[in-house]
Design a protein. Structure first.
Ligand code: PHE
Length: 338
């Protein structure tokens, strides 16, 4: 076979081979096999030197022709492969869509909103007050002077000697009274509280309370009971009952613990430890000294106050047995309530 014939054979063989190529890797191998410096075409061209000048001219033409044909075929194939790749990765409108992640309200926030909705329905305004409080507001003005033994009821985190992270929402009572006096008032004070607690199934070091406060003429402990019963029945069910037990807080007199009947409706279960009752709130009649500190005359007006835990409300409503779930940020837990 003469060299021009050999070159033509390489060209035809290469073009046949190219028709079987369908990946970019195969195309690169093909290029190396036929068109690289050590490829078949280059090997044939190197043999031009052995020919007579005449032969060399026709073989050279055949070589140039083959080279051009293979380069053209290479770029055409490369464009084909790109087009196929693009088509394969293009939008497939028949695929199911990807649902966007939708957020939801945290369990505590939902519970706060529900509590707020119920009290707003009874004419209470929402009054938000400081989360970082002075010692004076958190204790002193609530009838708990420094060294009062009842301060031990609240394990307190101090920011400095006279600034604390509020241990309860009760300091808001003073702020609300100072804001509204001498007008009568009916407010709830929702917010975060902090205590230096050993964390366990029913205690967190950060939690929410809702304080309730009503001040005006003729308010009695029966008013508190009526309001709390109306709240309980909307929050937990129309068949729930409320009872007061005598208790002690320095800022109320008399003071009570407020219990509601358990889910078991008095039969006795693990949640109520067989008693049929659940403690949900502290409360009482606002102490005359506290009324005075708020700018009211205790000879003219009286008031009731209560303070309850928001997480506890959520736990009782949803049958949650450990408060630590509420802030562990485990979406598997939280998503159940969104
Ligand atoms: N502040 C009290 C507590 O945190 C609860 C309370 C509020 C009691 C209002 C009486 C009146 O335990």
């Amino acid at each position: 076979m003469s060299l021009p014939e050999q070159i033509l054979a390489i060209q035809n063989g290469a073009l046949d081979h190219l028709s079987t190529v369908d990946t970019t890797q195969e195309l690169e191998d093909w290029r190396v096999q036929y068109l690289s410096r050590k490829g078949e075409l280059a090997a044939a061209i190197s043999r031009l030197a052995d020919l007579t000048p005449e032969e060399r001219r026709s073989a050279g033409q055949a070589a140039n022709h083959a080279k051009a044909a293979l380069h053209d075929a290479l770029s055409a194939k490369s464009a084909d492969l790109k087009a196929v790749a693009q088509r394969d990765s293009a939008l497939d409108v028949t695929l199911p869509g990807i649902a966007p992640v939708v957020g939801g309200l945290h369990l505590t926030r939902q519970t706060l909103y529900e509590i707020t909705r119920i009290f707003m329905g009874m004419g209470f305004k929402v009054f938000e007050t400081n989360e970082v409080e002075s010692d004076e507001y958190n204790f002193g003005l609530l009838n708990l002077p420094p060294d009062h033994p009842a301060r031990d009821m609240w394990d307190t985190m101090y920011v400095s000697d006279d600034v604390v992270l509020r241990t309860h929402t009760s300091p808001g009572q003073i702020r609300a009274m100072r804001h509204f006096n001498p007008e009568p008032l009916r407010v709830i004070l929702p917010g975060k509280c902090h205590r230096y607690e050993a964390v366990d199934a029913s205690h967190e070091s950060m939690f929410y309370q809702v304080e309730g406060l009503a001040v005006g003429e003729g308010i009695t402990l029966a008013s508190l009971k009526g309001v709390f019963e109306a709240f309980t029945q909307q929050m937990f069910g129309a068949d729930r009952r409320v009872r007061f037990r005598g208790s002690y807080f320095p800022f109320t007199e008399p003071s009570v613990e407020i219990d509601i009947t358990c889910n078991c409706l008095g039969a006795g279960c693990a949640v109520c430890k067989g008693t049929g009752w659940l403690e949900v709130s502290g409360g009482g009649m606002v102490h005359p000294t506290v009324l005075r500190n708020g700018g009211y005359d205790p000879d003219i007006v009286s008031g009731f106050a209560f303070g309850m835990g928001v997480e506890r409300n959520a736990m009782l409503r949803h049958g949650i047995d450990d408060i630590r779930h509420v802030y562990a940020n485990d979406l598997r837990f939280l998503k159940q309530f969104t």
